[in-house]
Write a protein that binds this ligand. Sequence first.
Ligand code: ZN
Length: 181
Amino acid sequence: MLLPIVQYGDPVLRQQCRQVAEVDAAIRELAQNMIETMVDANGVGLAAPQVGMDLQLAVIDVSHDPECVSFLKVNGKHAELAEIMPLIFINPKLEFGQEKEIDFEGCLSIEGIRYEVRRPAAVKATLEQLDGSTLVIETDGLLSRALQHEIDHLNGILFVDRLSAVGKVSVKNRLKRLLGN
Ligand SMILES: [Zn+2]
């Protein structure tokens, strides 16, 4: 089932999301619906607050481009993207590499705005799975960026918060228009 995607200005996008304490049928259904909604919207990721739920749950699928990462380790072993996509995770933890990288980002909750965001290039993400197992993913490229972007959502942070000073000025009026002012 497709879910309505919450848009910029909705307070749920600014909430610190709650940990998922127990994975029940409702959580599984929500995750499936989030994947359908992400695919339908041509997104590479979607976080629960974007469908109005303040829960630490997100989905990612970057399998359209197998070349979008230069390395991928899952639980310490080399892996292929297709093995872990679509990725569904709860209660994530993130560690960052030193090196930074700039690339364009957009957001399904911030229509019509894409801008360059500087972020750590590589990450190590510890992701609880719905079946109770844990995936430790070490990667870079688009998957690293998507993980950082979606996990930011779970902490009430949007990519436009992470723009340079010049970037913030550049998108200011467009953001105001999204708020209807
Ligand atoms: Zn987003």
